[in-house]
Design a protein around this ligand. Structure first.
Ligand code: FES
Ligand code: FES
Length: 157
């Protein structure tokens, strides 16, 4: 029985209409159907943050949202924010501070950090740590990641 549901969403500025199985998660749809493999799949339980994407301006776990729930929504992924140069400052700081090793967590980390950049608030390192506490990094110990985010926030004037 074909249970697929016609779903239309805008992904990184492009309108997409597909018939989607109701059980398919958003991150799987983005990766498998649209080839946007920058959003990673780690825990698949909403814990690690590797699958973080933006839906209607809010960061969400792509592994906890069904693709059909994104019907009518504006979805942005690491590829979109990277191509638009929205993340240029954070990417440069991550690179310069050696804030990544394997890079598996980095797309989700950048998506979460960009929330702080958009809020344009000066916040403490403790608050930065709190904000990215839902994004697990197995390699860097967070110190350099916090350094990079702090540098961008401080540089916003
Ligand atoms: S894969 Fe979604 S939070 Fe870990
Ligand atoms: S850089 Fe390897 S998990 Fe974060």
């Amino acid at each position: 029985m074909d249970l697929a549901v016609e779903t239309t969403l805008t992904v990184n500025g492009t309108r997409v209409t597909r018939r989607i199985e109701p059980r398919q998660h958003l991150v799987d749809f983005l990766r498998d159907e649209l080839g946007l493999t920058g959003s990673h799949i780690g825990c698949e339980h909403g814990v690690c943050g590797a699958c973080t994407v933006r839906v209607n301006g809010e960061i969400v776990r792509g592994c906890l949202m069904l693709a059909v729930q994104a019907d009518g929504c504006k979805v942005e992924t690491i590829e979109g924010l990277s191509d638009s140069k929205e993340l240029a400052g954070l990417q440069k700081a991550f690179h310069e501070k050696n804030a990544l090793q394997c890079g598996f967590c980095t797309p989700g980390m950048l998506m979460a950090a960009q929330d702080l950049v958009l809020a344009k608030e000066k916040i403490s390192r403790e608050k930065i740590r709190e904000h990215i506490s839902g994004n697990y990094c197995r390699c860097t110990g967070y110190q350099a990641i916090v350094d990079a985010i702090e540098e961008v926030l401080n540089g916003q004037g």
